[in-house]
Design a protein around this ligand. Sequence first.
Ligand SMILES: [Zn+2]
Length: 145
Amino acid sequence: MADDAPAAIPARMLPTLTEHNRAFWTGGGDGHLLIPWCPQCRLWVLPPGAGCPDCGGVLDARPVSGRGTVFTYTVNHQPFVPTVPVPYVIAIVQLDEQSDLRIAANIVGCEPDSVSIGLPVEVRFERHDVDDDAVFVPVFTPRSA
Ligand SMILES: [Zn+2]
């Protein structure tokens, strides 16, 4: 990522795309949260890496439901990034697919005070442009149902 780019990069911490994490960060363009999956172990793997941590096998990104619950969270009041209004919620979301499948993400679309552990949430995507790529950052919002 270029050092002179902050003016063009709003809001979130944005990733550098690699062959291993590209599906994760771009799947939101089609509305899918794509998580690396090991077909041998039948295991979802986060964060995206080179291979399965159990068998070393090749991972295949597959869509998950995008539904989960808040595992833990913190409300940030420090304006670390000038373009992001505080307070905002940074959470670890436990995805429904697997008991240890957790993703760090912002919780949006609600008052920070309304977030609690166990809150049912679902994924949304925020589009950001990084160099020549469109990156779709997963964020979560409370589930209505
Ligand atoms: Zn495996």
